[in-house]
Design a binder for this molecule. Structure first.
Ligand SMILES: Nc1ncnc2c1ncn2[C@@H]1O[C@H](COP(=O)(O)OP(=O)(O)OP(=O)(O)O)[C@@H](O)[C@H]1O
Length: 345
C-alpha cells in the first residue's frame, strides 16, 4: 500500500432532514488516514464526531444522508483484476456495506452491549463473524476465536468462549468486542468512546490494549473521545471538531504544543489539572451552537474572543498553515506556545 492513505475523506457533509429543518451534523470534513496512524477526533458533545465515523461505516439511517463529499477507501474489494483501488464509500449501497463492515472496518462502541447479542455465547458471535467474512470452517473459526480472546487478555479463553455476555464483566465484554473487531484483520478500526463506560483502572488497561493491538495489526485507527488526556495518550494525529466543522487538524504534538485555532485553545484550557484538586472544568463562556439550519459562518464566532469583522461575513476555509497542520480561522493564534502540555503532565 506504500504511502497511499488507506482512507481519504474529502469535504464530507452529513445532514438529517427533520420536520423542523435540516440538522447539518457534519460539514466539510476532510482528512487522510494511513495505516499505523491513530486519528483522534475530539470535541464537545454534538460536534459531529459520531456522525463522521457512522458516515464512514455506512451507519447513517433515514432521515440522515450523506449530502456531499467523498469517502475514498483503498481496497482490493470489488476490483476486477485484484489490484487495490479507491472505492467511494459515500456512494456504496447499504447492502454492500455488510462486506466492508466487520471485514475491512472493525467497530468498537462505548457500550459493548450494543455490539454483543445477549442471546448468544461470545464464541457463537465471534465464529459467525469469522466464518461469514473469511469463509473458513467452524472448527478453524473457533480456534481463531480462542487465540483472539487470549490476545485481548481473557483468561482461560477455551472455557470463556462458551460464556454469554452477561457472565463477563464490563471490561471483559469490551475486550471481546475488540477481539471481534480485530477478527478479520481490518485495515481500519473505529473506536467511538470505547473506554467511557468503564471504571478508571479498566479504562487505562483497555486503552493500553488497543494501542498495542493497533500497532501489532498495523491498522489505521479513528478514535473518538471527549477526553483530551486519552487523546494525548493514543493519537498520532488529532482532528478538533466544533459545531459540525473541523476547526483544526494536526499531528498530536502540534495540537498540544502550538495549537492555532482559538477553539482548540479554549478546549485545551478546559483540561482537568491532574496535579491540583479541581471540582469542575473551566467552561468555555457562551452557548454551544444550534445545528438546525445554522448560518454559514464559523460556529465558534459567538464565543470567540478573536473574532473580526470578516468572521461575521464569511466562513473561513480549512487551510494548511504548515505541512500537515490545517486550521479553520481568519485570526489564528500564532507564536504562542501552549502551556497545556505542562499542565497535564
Ligand atoms: N439520528 C439523528 N437524527 C437527528 N439528528 C441527529 C441524529 N444523530 C445525530 N444527530 C445530530 O447530529 C449532530 C452531531 O451529533 P454527533 O452524535 O455526531 O455528536 P458527537 O460529537 O458524537 O457528540 P457526543 O460526544 O455527545 O456523542 C447533533 O446535533 C445531533 O443532535
Amino acid at each position: 500500500m506504500g504511502d497511499k492513505p488507506i482512507l481519504s475523506v474529502k469535504n464530507l457533509r452529513t445532514y438529517f432532514d427533520m420536520a423542523e429543518g435540516t440538522v447539518k451534523a457534519v460539514q466539510d470534513v476532510s482528512f487522510d488516514l494511513y495505516r499505523n496512524e491513530v486519528l483522534g477526533i475530539v470535541g464537545e458533545t454534538g460536534s459531529g464526531k459520531s456522525v463522521t465515523v457512522k458516515s464512514i461505516a455506512g451507519l447513517i439511517d433515514k432521515p440522515g444522508y450523506i449530502a456531499g463529499g467523498e469517502i475514498l477507501f483503498y481496497t482490493d474489494e470489488f476490483s476486477k483484476d485484484g489490484n487495490p483501488e479507491y472505492m467511494d464509500l459515500a456512494k456504496l449501497k447499504k447492502e454492500d456495506f455488510s462486506r466492508i463492515r466487520g471485514k475491512h472496518i472493525g467497530m468498537i462502541f462505548q457500550d459493548p452491549m450494543t455490539s454483543l447479542d445477549p442471546m448468544y455465547t461470545i464464541g457463537d458471535q465471534m465464529i459467525e463473524t469469522i466464518v461469514h467474512h473469511e469463509g473458513v470452517s467452524e472448527e478453524e473459526a473457533r480456534e481463531r476465536a480462542i487465540r483472539l480472546l487470549e490476545q485481548v487478555g481473557i483468561p482461560k479463553p477455551e472455557e470463556r468462549i462458551d460464556d454469554y455476555p452477561f457472565q463477563l464483566s464490563g471490561g471483559q465484554r469490551q475486550r471481546v468486542v475488540i477481539a471481534i473487531a480485530l477478527s478479520c484483520n481490518p485495515e481500519i478500526l473505529i473506536a467511538d468512546e470505547p473506554t467511557t463506560a468503564l471504571d478508571v483502572t479498566v479504562q487505562t488497561q483497555i486503552l493500553e490494549l488497543m494501542k498495542n493491538l493497533q500497532q501489532q495489526y498495523k491498522s489505521g485507527m479513528i478514535f473518538i473521545t471527549h477526553d483530551l488526556a486519552v487523546i494525548a495518550e493514543i493519537a498520532t494525529k488529532v482532528s478538533v471538531m466544533y459545531g459540525s466543522y473541523q476547526m483544526e487538524i494536526a499531528p498530536s504534538e502540534t495540537i498540544f504544543e502550538k495549537p492555532m485555532s482559538p477553539y482548540t485553545h479554549a478546549l485545551l484550557h478546559c483540561i482537568p489539572r491532574l496535579d491540583i484538586k479541581q471540582e469542575e472544568l473551566a467552561p468555555i463562556p457562551g452557548q454551544p451552537p444550534v445545528m438546525m439550519n445554522p448560518p454559514k459562518l464559523c460556529p465558534f464566532l459567538p464565543r470567540c474572543e478573536r473574532a473580526t469583522e470578516k468572521c461575521r461575513k464569511e466562513l473561513p476555509p480549512l487551510e494548511e498553515v504548515e505541512s500537515g497542520h490545517f486550521v479553520r480561522c481568519f485570526n489564528p493564534v500564532v507564536n504562542k506556545v501552549s502551556v497545556v502540555k505542562e499542565e497535564i503532565k
